[in-house]
Write a protein that binds this ligand. Structure first.
Ligand code: ZN
Length: 231
């Protein structure tokens, strides 16, 4: 799978202007983190820009289309009145798959950043219209709001937001996160797991048996870890 990550604006186009930072920098910081995290998960990444230079909107879509990207995600910050807050993700009007991608990314962002949920919205944005694959445009938060600007400038926020976007992309693509299983070692854990799986019912009896007989303990431990690994 290949994902095209589009950091909004760049170069002569600063995007929205906050009190301390401009949109193009937050978009780039988060986009670079998303790219690294996707690559660390073995997913191929194309970036429309990876530093501070200007790229036309149509060229961003062309980069995505020509490299055969399967998913396109554009990253921006919002701007309105000083009191406006929250995250919204946009998709192309009427595109069901785009909407599913947008919703998946938005859900993860809200959980990880705690920003206000402004919902999924539809707009005929050039990068959404011209890209051939499912595409979504993320408005992380409002750079015009002093508090959100401050938060979005922070490494903690950028780390959480980028992780959330990666999670949203993976969920959309049906890539399941598999947590590595911790090996069960203690007799108590093994007996509980055997009971959970439904192999034994009398926990006390088995607790005693495994404590007294090291061969049975090792055998049971092997079985349980094997079954857990297969689930
Ligand atoms: Zn923007």
């Amino acid at each position: 799978m290949k994902v095209c990550i589009d950091a909004g604006h760049g170069g002569k186009d600063s995007g929205a202007v906050g009190a301390k930072v401009t949109e193009k920098w937050i978009a780039l910081d988060v986009a670079n983190r998303v790219a690294t995290k996707l690559q660390n998960s073995g997913i191929e990444v194309v970036m429309t820009r990876d530093s501070d230079y200007f790229v036309e909107l149509a060229d961003r879509a062309t980069i995505s289309n020509n490299t055969g990207a399967d998913i396109f995600v554009s990253i921006h910050c919002n701007s309105a009145s000083e009191s406006a807050t929250g995250t919204e993700v946009w998709n192309y009007p009427g595109a069901a798959e785009d909407k599913r991608l947008a919703q998946s990314i938005l859900d993860k962002l809200i959980v990880r950043t705690g920003f206000r949920n402004r919902g999924v919205k539809e707009e005929n944005f050039a990068v959404l219209r011209l890209t051939k694959c499912p595409a979504a445009l993320v408005e992380l938060g409002f750079i015009s709001n002093l508090q959100e600007e401050q938060t979005m400038m922070g490494f903690d926020y950028q780390d959480q937001a980028s992780t959330a976007i990666v999670e949203g992309i993976k969920e959309f693509a049906g890539i399941r996160e598999v947590e590595p299983l911790q090996e069960l070692e203690t007799v108590n854990d093994i007996v509980w797991e055997l009971a959970n799986i439904g192999i034994i019912t009398d926990k006390d009896l088995w607790l005693k048996k495994l404590q007294e007989d090291s061969n049975s303990y090792w055998l049971a431990r092997k079985c349980v870890n094997y079954i857990r690994g297969k689930q």
